[in-house]
Design a protein around this ligand. Sequence first.
Ligand SMILES: [Zn+2]
Length: 187
Amino acid sequence: MDACVKTNQMLLLKLGISPGPIDGVMGDLTEAAIAKGLALPDRTPEHAQSHGGKGFVLNERSVGNTRGVHPDLINVFFEAAKSSPHEFIITEGLRTVERQKELVAKGFSKTMNSRHIKAKNGLGHAMDLALIKNGKVDWKDLAAYDELGLHIKRVAKQLGVPIKWGGDWSWKDRPHYQLRWRNYPGT
Ligand SMILES: [Zn+2]
């Protein structure tokens, strides 16, 4: 059983594409479904309309960046996107220890105890997003990042998935979301 394949199979279900049985095995059905998933448009106009102009479907790059992340956190982001006040992409999920060391050395991260790093259960427990404004990544509109934080926390609560948002920390990390240690120790 491959956890990544299983996660991707669950992702495909979220996209409304059947991968066949969720068995963690990369069979013909899963491969065919992934091929279809990659051809999906970034945004479905009908969906956005049904949410009063809000909401979108996470694009191919975002889906790829969720690889190896705990399915509960992925689920929160897929659900949040459907009714989001702003468009966003997922920029990073699972991180290697080497990359984390590099980020700490550069001052971009404060800790080696990051939830991006693969835990004992083989999964990552954190994801970062970037706001998309007028089709481009925007790091400056902090108000929009705060609106996303409120929105995503609300959706997580509805789904019963305890998360922490980096925007609530004293060292603000607005793009960052992670599963709560207490509920998801990663062991
Ligand atoms: Zn992060």
